[in-house]
Design a protein around this ligand. Structure first.
Ligand SMILES: Cc1cc2nc3c(=O)[nH]c(=O)nc-3n(C[C@H](O)[C@H](O)[C@H](O)COP(=O)(O)O)c2cc1C
Length: 459
């Protein structure tokens, strides 16, 4: 059988992910796996319709598809996202209907599940038969057990691709009712005071709901307000995955386009950020994705720490829990404060007006208080994962991150916490004796709140 591999790495043949495909190819010589480097070729596919059509023709002839991509910023690389957008823009969805699909990613398992959810939802939208997911760590191929697992995955995929296993959809179609937002004329604006407010938008369609929401929110602030239009900003291309930035945060594009300077000098210096974007398929636009990917030059450090962030999204975010989780996780990892997200999904202009002005007020109030909510599992688990990686196997090449993590005290390993280690040793020893265990258990609740009560008395 013949399968098409839609390869997502900007590194082309030097992709880590591609080595997993090569492994499958070697293990199953009876099948043909044709690789198309869609991210690497995205410029061409975007501008040359015959090149895009040739890819669609190949897919049409194939018995199944591998979506094979690295995870980039909790999703797929911007170029891959753009390719998915082109399928809809060029009306090529029919080519995919009924085709068996497998999703294969490599990553360090940081929000690989949100990338998989995204690709699975795309398969469901395209009415493909998504038969399986495989999320490999970058270096799993070095382990015999993982190679065996990969072979089992491919065996199952190849055998089920021929059959007609009935598969339930995981993601229902998004419902986007027609609605034109008409902002009210009167705006009671708020004073941004000493806070630097910066809006970042990709309001690509000038007369869209997003554009009108963003213009209305702009009017809600009096005082100096900066704007970055991602559509107009000189961004030469997506992240190349070259890791040149890992040494000292200097991107390979530095001095060649305007992105790095805009990020460092404007975004990182703002107090309040307002990000505006339109839902394009199951995420924001690929332009926004490029923004996130390119910010990788700042490494794994929380470069937006302490900022207050409001978002305006045009689209049914309430039906897209995966996107909301991506946004929340991103903000928590950044140690930024996600104050609120206003969408147009209520379908009521007056409600949206009220929510926009409320968002403006809340942003100022949060900035006054310098409030950043404590991280939930999303931020906490991600931070621990990065802590271990940057201290361990990723210390090289991420030299700059290692320095930042040390300075910021992010290497907070539990084995360095001597008071709890000593307490554990003592109490675990005493726990062995039934009489003492009974006594300790009797005091457990009191002892748990005792250290906290010390602070209650002082207020
Ligand atoms: C810009 C960028 C963003 C990344 N984002 C993530 C991520 O969100 N989660 C993760 O686990 N790994 C992330 N990674 C690591 C890659 O997924 C990983 O190195 C992958 O194996 C690279 O595959 P490739 O060589 O096929 O491109 C990121 C790497 C880059 C360069």
């Amino acid at each position: 059988m013949k399968f098409i591999v839609l390869s997502g790495s900007p590194k082309g043949v030097k992709s880590v992910t591609l080595q997993y495909i090569r492994y499958i190819e070697n293990a199953f010589p009876q099948h043909e796996l044709k690789v198309i480097h869609v991210t690497q070729r995205i410029r061409r596919l975007e501008t040359d319709r015959s090149a895009f059509d040739a890819v669609m023709h190949e897919i049409g002839q194939a018995d199944g598809i591998f979506w094979a991509t690295p995870v980039y910023y909790l999703l797929v690389p911007a170029g891959y996202k753009r390719f998915i957008e082109l399928i809809a823009e060029n009306g090529a969805q029919a080519v995919f209907v009924g085709k068996p699909a497998a999703i294969l990613t490599t990553s360090v398992h940081f929000y690989d599940h949100t990338a998989h959810n995204y690709l699975h939802a795309i398969c469901d939208d395209l009415e493909m038969r998504c038969l399986g997911h495989f999320s490999a760590d970058m270096y799993d191929l070095l382990k015999a057990a993982e190679r065996k697992r990969l072979e089992a995955f491919a065996t199952l995929f190849f055998s089920e691709a021929t059959g007609d296993v009935p598969l339930p959809k995981r993601f229902v179609l998004l419902n986007r009712p027609e609605f034109r937002y008409r902002p009210g004329r009167r705006v009671k604006s708020v004073d941004s005071g000493r806070h630097k407010v910066l809006m970042v938008t990709d309001a690509i369609n000038p007369d869209s709901n997003l554009d009108r929401m963003y213009q209305h929110l702009r009017r809600c602030f009096n005082g100096c307000l900066g704007v970055i239009d991602l559509g107009a900003l000189d961004i030469k291309g997506g992240c190349l995955g070259c890791l040149q930035c890992a040494y000292d945060n200097t991107c390979i594009y530095a001095g060649k386009d305007a992105f790095n300077a805009a990020y460092r000098d404007r975004i990182m210096r703002a107090d309040i950020l307002i990000w505006a974007g339109e839902m394009t398929d199951r995420y924001l636009s690929s332009r926004w994705k490029q923004f996130f990917d390119r910010s990788f030059f700042m490494g794994h450090t929380p470069s937006l720490s302490g900022k207050q962030v409001g978002m305006i999204i045009s689209g049914p975010l309430g039906q897209n829990a995966n996107l909301r989780q991506i946004i929340e996780a991103y903000m928590e990892m950044q140690r930024a404060s996600l104050v609120g997200i206003v969408t147009d999904e209520t379908g009521d202009s007056a409600v949206i007006d009220a929510q926009l002005i409320a968002l403006a007020r809340r942003l100022i109030r949060h900035a006054d208080q310098q409030f950043v909510a404590p991280a939930t599992f999303l931020g906490r688990a991600g931070t621990i994962l990065f802590r271990d990686e940057i201290w361990g196997r990723l210390r090289f090449p991420f030299r700059a991150d290692y320095g930042h993590y040390r300075r910021l005290g992010l290497f907070d390993f539990p084995q360095h916490h001597w008071p709890s280690r000593l307490r554990n040793a003592l109490l675990l020893f005493l726990f062995r004796f039934p009489g003492l265990r009974r006594k300790i258990n009797q005091r457990m609740k009191d002892e748990m709140i005792k250290p906290l009560q010390k602070y209650l008395r002082t207020h």
